[in-house]
Design a protein around this ligand. Structure first.
Ligand code: UDP
Ligand code: MG
Length: 318
């Protein structure tokens, strides 16, 4: 049997409405797992406060003071879900043998954790939680989220379909993750790159227990653009194909105008010229935009800025 200190890592941003309930549910689960000797009593539940503006950190501190099993990490400011999660994973990796990451709103089914631990003991280093259905999400959320996975895969960013950030990772996998030093880190795309023996566990995704989604459409869009430009250079080669296509069309148009000219048909040129100016202008702007997105990434990577800054780490195991 492999070592079995389990750490839960739960990023929280303005989650005061749900945190106490979440803590209770995760606590009960953890105590049960300890009683069943499935995990060590050194296991911990770590909340990562991602620069919340509400009482989230105060609640985490209280939980930690009340029970040793609760630990907390306070980030110096809001850095977004992915960075908060990464901060948690990399901070706890030396204390834990396996880490389960999940959302603070209990949309992920905590009972899937038993199966994840079993698979860990079977030798898996990464176990992905995969949603079996999305009936509790609104149509809009389901549609946008599912298109997100499809478009991502089409553009060469390979992610696990219907898997968010509910997963178990072993210490070994986390140590490898730490080696990916890029600043623009898109966890769902990077983690499958690590490899090792992996498996999936299916669960039904419930509704958010309380509070509001922290992922409005705007954040979701920038999240997918982040993901694509972090993982894949396909959009760049698509520009090239687009350029070739437009060039071919322009040759056909050239032939067409020469023929029209010799046939003596005067082309009323205004419309076609205006249309082409707009079309070409649009294409050029699009191409510059996509190129710019990658240059922006290079700019940020060369700076090598820290991906998160920890203000405080509360954990009695330390
Ligand atoms: N979250 C975070 N930082 C942010 C936004 C969200 O740590 O800037 C956390 C949030 O507290 C939650 C998780 O990321 O634990 C997922 O967010 P949410 O449930 O709002 O997303 P949804 O399930 O609606 O996609
Ligand atoms: Mg949620």
């Amino acid at each position: 049997m492999r070592d079995n200190i389990l750490y839960f890592v739960i990023p929280c941003y303005n989650e005061e409405a749900v945190l106490v309930d979440t803590a209770k549910v995760v606590y009960e689960k953890t105590v049960k797992l300890i009683e069943q000797k499935k995990i060590s009593e050194k296991s911990r539940i770590v909340f990562v406060n991602d620069g919340s503006k509400d009482a989230t950190w105060e609640i985490i501190k209280k939980l930690h003071e009340g029970k040793e099993i609760f630990a907390g990490i306070n980030l110096s400011r809001n850095r977004g879900h992915q960075n908060a999660l990464l901060a948690g994973l990399l901070t706890v990796k030396d204390d834990a043998d396996m880490v389960v990451s999940m959302d603070a709103d209990l949309q992920d089914d905590i009972n899937a954790v038993d199966e994840m631990i079993e698979k860990y003991h079977d030798g898996c280093d990464i176990v992905y939680g995969v949603r079996s259905k999305r009936e509790t999400d609104t149509f809009f959320k389901r549609f946008t989220a599912e298109s997100f996975y499809k478009v991502m895969n089409m553009l060469g960013a390979n992610t696990i379909y219907n898997h968010a950030d509910f997963r178990l990772m072993s210490k070994r996998a986390l140590n490898e993750l730490a080696g990916y030093s890029e600043v623009n880190l898109f966890l769902r795309g990077i983690i499958p790159m690590i490899g090792f023996k992996t498996d999936v566990v299916y669960y039904e995704r419930g509704e958010r227990l309380a509070g509001e989604s922290k992922y409005p459409l705007k954040k979701m869009l920038s999240f997918s653009i982040e993901g694509i430009t972090s993982l894949s250079v396909k959009p760049l080669s698509m520009i090239t194909y687009l350029g070739i296509g437009v060039f071919l069309i322009s040759i056909i148009m050239l032939l067409y105008s020469v023929i029209q000219f010799f046939r003596g048909v005067t082309v009323a040129g205004w419309a076609s010229i205006i249309v082409s100016i707009w079309a070409i202008g649009g294409l050029i702007l699009l191409a510059i935009g996509i190129t710019g997105a990658y240059i922006g990434k290079i700019y940020l990577e060369t700076k090598g800025r820290p991906r998160f800054i920890i203000d405080e780490y509360l954990n009695n195991n330390k």
